[in-house]
Design a protein around this ligand. Sequence first.
Ligand code: ADP
Length: 292
Amino acid sequence: MSRILLTGIITLDIIHFVDHYPLEDSEQRASQQIFETGGNTANSSYILKQLGHEPKLAATIADDPAAAFICQQLQQRGVDYFDQWQIANSQSPTSCITINQQNASRTITHYRDLPELQARQFEQIDTHKFDWLHFEGRNITQLENILRTIAGQPHAPISLEVEKDLPDIECLLPYGDVIFFSRNFALQRGFKEAAECLQYFASIYPHKRLFCAWGEFGAWAIQSSRLYHSPAVPPAHLIDTRAAGDTFNAACIDGLLKQQSIVQILQDACTLAGRKCGQKGLDNLITPGDIL
Ligand code: ADP
């Protein structure tokens, strides 16, 4: 069991399952609606909890009814969070997610105006209590300040998720021991495949462990200049690809904490992410004593 600190944003996900993707300006009935806590690091935290770790989320929280729902669900999931950064008269970040049951694709419309975690708030956290520090690559100016402070002290390994090509996001890369690049980021940067993206960044940061998941094609990693790949492990039926990447990242952190080989880590992470795609949501993805 390891103590893992994660920063990012926590969202309310409103999920509609539909039997085909809607046409613009049409009306359609969903077969199911789910309200659920989401956001990349909140999802990864829930997976890490199921993998036997003690995750703790550092994020601002709104004070609307959705925030009460989010906090209650985090508690039910056994995911701890810092509760001191609640913002008065604010609205929870919300993702409206349409899942097309024909191919399990997830289309997300996101709304957010909640101020994000500030470096001066993060200073209240004793990072030495944690065995791993994971950061969602966003809120760039504040996050760079946070990372610079941590880098000046002895610290646990740092992983960084680079999901979107946000302005100046590259200033965060020097601080990550492990970096998770998304397919979305790689494509936005003009790379046609995961290996190309990883090889480019490995030429700048040869001593980091770099990962890049690529949906149904599996995932790639570079460690000590060597490229590794694991194919995807598709479920019998594709049901819901939401949070596949968050599951993949959590499984990699778990494997890295256990000092497994990169081959094993990639295989296990693709297995777990594939299993995730075969079920709705993240509940009971891992059961005690489970072998991947
Ligand atoms: P994200 O959720 O960030 O878009 P990806 O789509 O790259 O992340 O998926 C992460 C991992 O989930 C992949 O490396 C793969 O192992 C698994 N995965 C995603 N989509 C599928 C799929 N259609 N079939 C099997 N595995 C998948």
